[in-house]
Design a protein around this ligand. Structure first.
Ligand SMILES: Cc1cc2nc3c(=O)[nH]c(=O)nc-3n(C[C@H](O)[C@H](O)[C@H](O)COP(=O)(O)OP(=O)(O)OC[C@H]3O[C@@H](n4cnc5c(N)ncnc54)[C@H](O)[C@@H]3O)c2cc1C
Length: 403
């Protein structure tokens, strides 16, 4: 059971953990292994499931508090920060919002004992066009039969709790909407559902300690009590589930912010230490202005992310446009900030005696995963224009026909 904690207590806990995590951050990256000892520490500190409501044993903390924690940890270890995001936002948030009492209790117990849930949406033929997913969940009496392939699933192979999105079909094969299904997979505990397999692992540029896996479902049976049905039913299911995902976008943006803030701190230190032309490089105005731009970008990102984390819509999740705006700005800014920080270190930044090269690789993914920057900008533009900007070839024609 979590204790009551306020924001500053959370910040202090996260700062201490970040200090502990920093020395081994490169090790997980180089060995491409999941940071299990850090997960144990995050669990003991009450950060895994800090946003789970207290009545399910969680900390009852806000998304804002989670953002404070995520930023602190991301300054030192991107991998650990990402785990905190998924243990508090995204899949677990959707279950806590829309799940049955049994589903909530089940999911909470897994996360509170150290599980980072996996959210399974993307498929080889359905990336940005997520609604074109082909995985099906066909009704069969009191269960569903799942068939399909998901790829780029973060944590596949280490996660126990899976929230799998699929096209729901009735017993006659008619499409009913996109829904989500909760699947438990834990081979170490002998939980290996037939028809569920980890088919492969993607080799990545950064965040190398986190497995990105391909999952296959071959007649995977899921009892209907594990179907995650938002109050509006399967018809609007995808929209409601994606609303829950706004929390994940704010979390992912905050990891990028933390990496940028960490890189900025390293650059500030090094500018004072490094001497060239007989003086500290901090005395060169060319670098001072770079540093100022980095500082401004980090500060603006933090304001936007905190605004999104605090301004919750009627379903209790960050507003979609605010989340899209903040994630896009923070992630694009972070890539630039980390790149500039590396530049300030010269050759030393390019080598592995400093953490910059790892941070540079880690941060690159955040304009891709969780909705690309282009897709999120499309969403922001649609909000400004007051239309749901269609992306298919005939979409604008249909919009015009409607008047
Ligand atoms: C490290 C990492 C972790 C991930 N984790 C998960 C996970 O846990 N679960 C999960 O389900 N998915 C995950 N993903 C997948 C991620 O959500 C997708 O990569 C993303 O949605 C984009 O899909 P895609 O890669 O197929 O690119 P595509 O959709 O093929 O896009 C290719 C390019 O075209 C652009 N583009 C596409 N459509 C448009 C458009 N309409 N307008 C303008 N530009 C467009 C894109 O922005 C991109 O630049 C992860 C990805 C990465 C890299």
């Amino acid at each position: 059971m979590h204790d009551d904690k306020n924001t500053e207590t959370y910040r202090a806990i996260a700062r201490k953990l970040a200090e502990d995590f920093a020395p081994r951050a490169a090790e997980w990256d180089q060995a491409r292994t999941y940071c299990w000892p850090n997960v144990a520490d995050l669990t003991a500190a009450g950060l895994m499931g800090m946003t789970i409501p207290k009545r399910y044993g969680g900390g009852g903390a806000s998304y804002f508090d989670a953002c404070v924690v995520i930023e602190e940890i991301a300054r030192a270890c991107t991998l650990s920060a990402r785990i905190v995001v998924e243990a508090n936002m995204g899949g677990i948030a959707a279950i806590m919002a829309y799940g049955s009492e049994d589903q909530k209790a089940f999911a909470a117990e897994l996360v509170l004992t150290g599980d980072k849930p996996a959210i399974c949406i993307t498929e080889p033929e359905a990336g940005s066009a997520a609604t074109e997913m082909r995985t099906t969940a066909r009704r069969d009496g009191n269960r569903y039969i799942l068939n399909g392939v998901k790829h780029w699933i973060t944590g596949g192979g280490v996660s126990k709790l899976h929230v799998i999105f699929a096209r729901v079909e009735n017993e006659d094969g008619q499409f009913e909407g996109i829904g989500a299904f909760i699947v438990h997979y834990d081979p170490a505990a002998g939980v290996t559902p037939a028809g569920f397999s980890i088919a492969g692992r993607q080799r990545t540029l950064g965040l190398c300690g986190m497995p990105e896996a391909e999952l296959r479902f071959d007649n995977l049976l899921v009892e209907d009590r594990f179907a995650l049905v938002p109050p509006s039913g399967f018809k609007r299911g995808f929209a409601d589930l994606m609303t829950a995902y706004n929390s994940q976008r704010v979390g992912a943006g905050t990891v990028a912010l933390g990496v940028a803030a960490g890189a900025l701190a390293h650059a500030t230190r090094y500018m004072k230490e490094r001497q060239q032309f007989g003086r500290p490089i901090a005395e060169f105005q060319g670098l001072q202005w770079m540093l100022a731009d980095m500082d401004i970008g980090v500060h603006a990102s933090r304001l936007m992310l905190h605004e999104a984390a605090r301004a919750l819509g009627p379903l209790g999740f960050p507003d979609m446009v605010m989340a899209a705006r903040a994630k896009t700005f923070a992630t694009e800014t972070a890539i630039k900030v980390v790149s500039d920080a590396l530049q300030m270190f010269g050759a030393r930044g390019y080598g592995d005696q400093e953490p910059l090269e790892r941070m540079y690789r880690d941060v690159r993914m955040f304009t891709i995963g969780g909705g690309t920057a282009q897709i999120l900008k499309t969403l922001v533009a649609g909000a400004r224009l007051g239309i749901k900007t269609p992306q298919t070839r005939d979409g604008y024609l249909r919009l015009a026909e409607k008047g």
